[in-house]
Design a protein around this ligand. Sequence first.
Ligand SMILES: [Zn+2]
Length: 131
Amino acid sequence: MSLTMCSNCNLPFSSRFRNDNVCLPCFKRSRGYDLTKADEAHERLAEEAKDLMEQVSTFKARVAELETLKKRVVELESQVKSSTQTTTVSLTSVPETFLKTLIMLCHPDKHGNSEKALEATKTLLALRKPR
Ligand SMILES: [Zn+2]
């Protein structure tokens, strides 16, 4: 048993036979039979099932979009990591007086001897021009 789309109403139904291409309510209508309450319930369930199938496909597309975005974020994170290493190179063009100001501002003494402040100060000191 598998779900097939009815070629008449375009709603999903479970086909019992391989050559079924219309749902039972559509089959009954085509033959002029009266529909039972069960047939009407079948149609309402089929409409619900179609809505759910559309939602699932929307969610799958959204998941694919998010996975693409996640890959992009990972790429950007690695670019940021590698670019912070090259930023130190471009800082060599910073004027000496501004470099002194930066060193003064990030001195570990002013930041509770934090690792980051120490690291930043060392990096800035390394950029100073030899005298
Ligand atoms: Zn149908």
